[in-house]
Ligand binder design. Sequence first.
Ligand code: ADP
Ligand code: ZN
Length: 622
Amino acid sequence: MNAMVSSLAPSNVGQEIYADSSALDVLERVFGYSSFHETQKLAIDAVCEGRDCLVLMPTGGGKSLCYQIPSLLLQGTGVVVSPLIALMEDQVSSLLELGVTAAYLNSSLAYDEQQVIEKQLLKGELQLLYVAPERLLTERLLSLLSRSKIALFAIDEAHCVSQWGHDFRKEYQQLRQLHERFSNIPRIALTATADVRTRQEIVTELDLAEADQFIDSFDRENIHYQIDDGLKPLDRLWQFLQSNHPSDSGIVYCLSRKKVEKVADWIATKGRVALPYHAGMTDAERRRNQNRFQFDDGVIIVATVAFGMGIDKPDVRFVAHLSLPKSIEAYYQETGRAGRDGDSASAWMSFGMQDLVLLRQMVRQSDAVPEIVRVMQSKLESMMAYTETIDCRRKVLLAYFDEEYDGNCGACDNCLYPPESWDATEAARKALSCIYRTGQRFGVGYLTDVLLGRVNHRIESNGHAQLSTYGIGRNIDYQQWRILFRQLLAFGFVDVDHEGLGVLKLNESCRDLLKGKQKLKLRRVAVGSKSSRRQQDVHTDLSRRQQDLFEQLRILRLDIARTKGVPPFTVFNDRTLKEMAKIQPTEELELGGISGVGAYKIRTYGQQFLDTIAEYIATDRM
Ligand code: ADP
Ligand code: ZN
């Protein structure tokens, strides 16, 4: 996206115009928002007073403003280190749409484009400059920076310094040089990674021991968590898409490439735009699909979990998992890609017994040292327990990250449709004893047939029709037995074999249950249940008529975005469009009162939006 150089705002729009303003003025005038989130304000004040700081906020928490606003308020250019080219480019597009002078330097630029930007930096014409870490550390750029006026250094995605994380970048560890070379310039490091070990590593590696730390709640309140029962997952996915997100874009995650292809085809034949994304495709194919996801409306990407890391699409309205993530951290990170713009979004999941079996085997067969395997195992167990919980999901998630959540969220599936629990002690004992009596050599299908007293060749030839457990489970139906076995596996009462045949074996921990010394309460899964119902309370924040206007505004937004070659969300995000559809402003002043509408956007395309709204109101009255 090289439109950036030519579409730079005129260079006289320098930092001076904001120098006398307050942070709140800038928030209102430039970004169109009326108030800060608490942590943002604290961090902005600290940086403006020249202190270093470390900011921990969840995805979508509003980290960018923490360095963008000080960059506008302080003299000089705010230099932002960012590891991902796509993110950088989108941030710069968004800033240009706000009338802020911003640019980036990375390997995608031609030499002459680079020179233009370097000159602007020296002349003090840039309010923000995004750079890749390896670029920043070149002698050429460091020397250029020492001759320029710098407002601050922002180190985005600071967890990349951590050797233990998935996103380790060795150049990040050299960023401590900044402190040594530019000791008077405040640094602000930011991350959405919550755990304590990573935080400590950031402090040590970046030399931030003296820095103020601002730690936000990790709750993503706009995300609605729900887990389906896993029977006929594709049909359920379709129901979920059509009833909750009929025209939205989102991501569907699958475990394997083959499944990615299959699911993408399936959704496409049902009539939605669904594109695959996985490591087996060529770069060009992947880029094409990613671009459509970014620049069009309503595209669904079906992908393996790596997709989403380098993509800055804040208006992803849902993340659907058709497989089980291997830990709560992974689940939280993947679902966290939904709703970064703060507008309501869904995290939906459906998985089957097969997923559990597969993941267990993957962990067991990994070549990691035993200590790590144990950690992996316990993480998987927490994840499985989360799927079966009858408590508020948000509460369980936050508790996992050591954060207490008061009360219930009222927006997850367990809060909206409280699951019943039932005393599964007897049924579980029957199931366990059936595993035992058949010699711990069979999978769920066979065991269920024995419990139901079905007649088939295998049962007869094994002589299992004579067992005491044969036919003792007729009070429960086939589907419910399958669910029960899955739950027993999820809670670790049974294990699966090493060979990948899906054979169930008893685990030590089932002993008390089997002997009748322990009771077991389980979540009752209603087969064919809830998510097909539209989530009235959380998703329908627009009336039908307002929804019509919203769709029209979306079309206008897409038109403008296409003409400019930018992603639609940089024009206005979903939340802003929804507010327009609700309030239906008829003049500039009123339009400016809408969250996300700043002065520059009113000037550039405010009138087009007002016209569309006026037209809608006129035809609506007819
Ligand atoms: P992060 O980098 O933490 O994931 P962003 O900085 O991209 O989050 O912000 C997420 C969304 O929230 C953006 O659409 C941003 O414009 C919006 N936002 C940030 N701060 C505020 C605020 N104070 N009021 C309203 N919206 C905000
Ligand atoms: Zn809840």
